[in-house]
Design a protein around this ligand. Structure first.
Ligand code: EPU
Length: 337
């Protein structure tokens, strides 16, 4: 277990914001976490549980305890001829799990290749990309209750998953800490190739559709558009794609016939925020040391030494422009702390 005072969070947030936590506690097991939650005086301070820090924007020093899981392990707990269930520690790097799955020829996680972050956060955030969301794979989420350290398992349905949402970000925010996530993957080939240019990219390479090739193509597409947080500070998509009423979409489509869209059933129509931000002229533009990424307008970047205020200011200007031009309010996907 690590227990550090006045800790710099620079290495724990991919935006590269230099803020401090009064205390930083990293636990290696469920028992250590339970002990901290039930016995430690740190309990009286505000707690914040973080994963890889790839979806956070610290706007000030954190006057409490930042908790980080180092619970490791990937273990097959159930299997049939058709599927396998793997219980994974919350502190495993998400993409290590994807790589492990692909190397074992288990299907389902490959479209989520190289999403930054850790397994615990995958279940909180319902990470998604290229037509797959992690909720499609999750069987159950094991947690400890912050108030009394007791264990509680959540079935997939109990997690109340929706686009980039779960009960852990909503009603139960801050009340449970994820310790393990169990995913079910298929042993039989199932591919999701219909999102964007995935099928075309595979065909262009003239390569066979298999797990390794699909993972490689997804990694290539992501690397071409999304900046590597180790080089340029960012938190992936800064905004969520708004889901708007069908009637409003039809009005927009009259003016912009080429507007990309993803029908969401009765819920409305999802419109890419990146497309609207680009049409507002923001792609590649900077305000101080914060900027809109030049290859993907949904991503805000730290050009070096940006403060959270600069990033927040840029995000507010972007929101304002999109509202003025399209009449649509876009909301951050990134959590402001
Ligand atoms: N687009 C533009 N200009 C831009 C960006 C996008 O015109 O600058 C257009 C694209 O041409 C395309 C559409 O918008 O027609 C969608 O773009 P893209 O496929 O790049 O995906 P996105 O909607 O911008 C979402 C996720 C990403 C995920 C990709 C691929 C959200 C908030 N973001 O982005 O997730 O990788 O789809 O599935 O849903 C993340 O959440 O951090 C993230 C990177």
């Amino acid at each position: 277990m690590k227990d550090l005072k006045n800790y710099s969070l620079l290495a724990n947030n991919t935006f590269g914001i230099d803020v401090r936590a009064s205390r930083f506690v990293e636990y290696d097991s469920e028992e250590e976490l339970r002990h901290f939650l039930t016995e430690d005086t740190g309990l009286h301070a505000p707690l914040l549980s973080i994963g890889g820090g790839s979806n956070l924007l610290f706007t000030a020093d954190f006057p409490g305890v930042v908790l980080h899981s180092a619970i490791k392990g990937m273990e097959v707990v159930r299997e049939t001829e058709e599927w396998v269930e793997i219980r994974v520690g919350a502190g495993e790097v998400w993409d290590d799990f994807v790589a492990f799955s692909v190397s074992n020829h288990w299907y389902g996680a490959e479209n989520l290749s190289i999403i930054p972050g850790e397994v615990g956060a995958s279940a909180v955030q319902n990470i998604g990309a290229y037509g797959t969301e992690v909720k499609d794979l999750i069987v159950e989420v094991e947690t400890l209750c912050v108030a009394d350290g007791t264990s509680r398992r959540f079935t997939n349905a109990e997690c109340q998953y929706a686009y980039r949402k779960s009960i852990f970000k909503g009603e139960l925010k801050g009340k449970y800490v994820v310790t393990y996530v169990t995913y079910r993957l298929s042993k039989l080939p199932v591919y999701r190739l219909d999102y964007g240019n995935i099928r075309d990219e595979l065909q262009k390479e003239g390569c066979e559709v298999n797990l390794e090739n699909l993972r490689r193509v997804i990694i290539r597409i992501r690397e071409a558009k999304l900046p590597d947080p180790a080089v340029i500070g960012n938190a992936g998509s800064f905004f969520m794609n708004p889901i708007i009423p069908v009637s409003q979409f039809h009005e927009l489509q009259k003016q912009y016939p080429e507007i990309p869209n993803y029908p969401m059933g009765e819920g409305g129509i999802k419109v890419p925020a990146g497309w609207m931000i680009e049409r507002c002229g923001w792609k590649g533009r900077a305000l101080g040391r914060a900027a809109v990424h030049d290859k993907q307008a949904l991503v805000l970047i730290n050009r070096g030494g940006a403060t959270a205020d600069e990033i927040v200011h840029l995000s507010q200007e972007v929101v304002k422009s999109v509202k003025e031009k399209f009449g649509v309010t876009i909301c951050p996907e990134v959590n402001f702390i």
